[in-house]
Ligand binder design. Structure first.
Ligand code: DCP
Ligand code: MG
Length: 338
């Protein structure tokens, strides 16, 4: 479908984890709050309340540094199960408007509302309704951007954060992009930004002045993207995510082993990797499968379901140990696990 016919919304919750914590504990409201590690640990800030941002605290900063910037900050450990539950509530709201929902993380999604289930003509009105429904159902605020493509909708959602709604119409797009600092363009990291600045490209207007050939020369494959985006064109469709059914890690051992302790050490390493992958995808498992390949190449798999969602390396290891012992898989573990 051509670009100017679509109606795209990007929704992003405000200070997501921190807002959930402030919602559930009134003592945290109006105060600098960091969700992440403890201030005396080597942990990092997952996110922080807008009150904390005034002190320069931000995501991925070491907690110790956040503490030095603002010693009265309240540090809270994350409660992923609650965040996932809220995420499901907001997704239900999105799906009540359209099936074309592309979640980017727990708190963020693109929606294509060109056609929508409630037959609302104005995408701005749909976005406003969604924000109100989120507030009513979850007690939290979300910001939204509305435009005719993903690129513009995403940048727009950031313009009036927190609790903001920004619309970029096709008529406004040119001026909006022209004044946009180059680092705000999706795909421009620190390295590309430096390169752009060295070429005298500070904003969208500067980018617009360069030919496709020049941009391809300087930025390779991304050149085409920068060229089209400077003209407000982004034809990427909103693609509902395929639901990933399993996450696994495996290793092949150089030598056969028969010692259970040794097997558990190896499984422990794999469990760490799976837990990290789960954390990265912000998800958890219901069933754990242990796969063993014997010296004669015979493969045996055994599964067990947890009483609660499986997410930490300890949980994975303890279930794997049960499987290993119960099924007597230990005779000659050769070493695959998923
Ligand atoms: N998150 C994280 N580690 C990061 C960045 C984010 O764990 N480096 C988590 C915590 C955030 C959530 O993901 O609450 C959503 O990320 P956002 O980038 O949308 O940040 P926030 O929602 O916290 O704040 P904003 O109001 O800027 O969207
Ligand atoms: Mg957010």
């Amino acid at each position: 479908m051509s670009d100017d016919l679509r109606k795209i919304i990007h929704v992003d919750m405000d200070a997501f984890y921190a807002s959930v914590e402030q919602r559930d504990n009134p003592e945290l409201r109006g105060k600098p709050v960091v969700v992440g590690g403890r201030p005396d640990s080597r942990g990092v800030v997952a996110t922080c309340s807008y009150e904390a941002r005034k002190y320069g605290i931000h995501s991925a900063m070491p907690c110790a540094r956040a503490y030095r910037l603002c010693p009265s900050t309240i540090f809270v450990l994350p409660r992923f199960a609650v965040y996932r539950q809220v995420s499901q509530q907001i997704r239900d709201i999105f799906f009540s408007h359209t099936d074309l929902v592309e979640p980017l993380s727990l708190d963020e999604a693109y929606l294509d509302v060109t056609k929508n289930k409630q037959d609302i003509q104005s995408a701005t009105w749909v976005a406003q309704k969604i924000r109100e429904e989120i507030r009513t159902r979850t007690g939290l605020t979300a910001s939204a951007g509305v435009s005719y493509n993903k690129f513009l909708a995403k940048i727009a959602s950031d313009v009036q954060k927190p609790d903001g709604l920004t619309v970029v119409t096709p008529e406004q797009a040119e001026a909006f992009i022209a004044s946009l600092p180059i680092r705000r363009f999706h795909g421009v990291g620190r390295v590309t930004e430096r390169k752009m600045l060295a070429l005298g490209i500070h904003n969208g207007a500067d980018l617009y002045l360069h030919s496709l050939e020049e941009l391809q020369h300087y930025f390779g494959k991304s050149g085409q993207y920068f060229y089209t985006i400077a003209r407000g064109v982004d034809l990427r469709p909103v693609t509902p995510n395929r639901i990933r059914k399993s996450i696994g890690k495996e290793t092949t051992l150089g030598d056969d082993i028969a010692d259970v302790g040794q097997m558990l050490t190896i499984i422990g390493d794999l469990a760490e990797k799976v837990a990290a992958a789960l954390q990265h995808k912000q998800t958890s498992g219901l069933t754990l499968t242990l796969k063993v390949k014997y010296a004669d190449f015979q493969i045996v798999t055994r599964s067990i379901s947890g009483e609660s969602p499986i997410e930490t390396a300890e949980e994975i290891l303890s279930l794997a140990e049960k499987l290993l012992k119960k099924r007597r898989l230990e005779t000659g573990l050769y070493g695959c696990w998923g």
